[in-house]
Design a protein around this ligand. Structure first.
Ligand SMILES: Cc1cc2nc3c(=O)[nH]c(=O)nc-3n(C[C@H](O)[C@H](O)[C@H](O)COP(=O)(O)O)c2cc1C
Length: 184
């Protein structure tokens, strides 16, 4: 039987963790694994930093360099999965999302808040993943034009809570996030 109160509580808890991740660099939700599908159909996963999370909009945000492989992947298949494990809460959070790649004037607000020391994450030369002769044969000029916001519009949220008895809940956008218990 679904208990709508418990489903709501677990849903709110997951969003609290995501918000904490945005605010607190030491919280495990700060660094989700972000998975995409390469143009060749291969799964790809990497660590990213969670930059925004809105429960009301069911949206999370990641920042990246437009020259990275994940952008090519998202241009071919505009979907991603994000994964977080919160050890202290015994909670796994998995998000499925459709991703919009935002650049240019529409990301001015986000760029203006990137600290100068962090701006070097956007603009590595040669581009990330390009072979280099020596280990430090690269430069990191901050490059505004390379800054992209990945707006992740959530489609599904799968929560697994490990307890005396495990609980797993699935929430989907098309059911207005009401959620249902599923077998763990
Ligand atoms: C702790 C940590 C945080 C990271 N945060 C980001 C990030 O927010 N955005 C990003 O594009 N890459 C981030 N990276 C680097 C990626 O994991 C990855 O190496 C890079 O984006 C290139 O990935 P790709 O070639 O698969 O696109 C982070 C890496 C680590 C270890």
């Amino acid at each position: 039987m679904s208990d709508p109160n418990d489903l709501r509580t677990l849903w709110d808890e997951a969003w609290q963790h995501l918000s904490r991740g945005v605010a607190d660099a030491r919280h495990p939700a700060r660094y989700p694994t972000f998975a995409t599908v390469s143009p060749e159909g291969m799964p790809e996963a990497r660590t990213v930093a969670l930059r925004a999370a809105s429960q009301s909009a069911a949206r999370v945000e990641v920042h990246t360099d437009i020259s990275t492989a994940k952008i090519r992947a998202l241009q071919a298949t505009p979907f991603a999965a994000l994964h977080v494990w919160i050890p202290r809460a015994d909670l796994q959070i998995r998000l499925g999302a459709r991703v919009d790649i935002l650049t240019g004037p529409e990301v001015e607000a986000q760029w203006s808040k990137v600290p100068p020391a962090s701006r070097v994450s956007y603009g590595t030369e040669p581009a990330p993943g390009v072979p280099i002769t020596h280990v430090y044969d690269y430069e990191k000029p901050p490059t505004r034009e390379r800054f992209a916001v990945l707006a992740c519009h959530l489609i599904s949220v799968d929560l697994v809570h490990l307890g005396g008895r495990h609980r797993r809940a699935l929430y989907v956008a098309k059911d207005c996030w009401q959620g249902t218990w599923v077998a763990p």
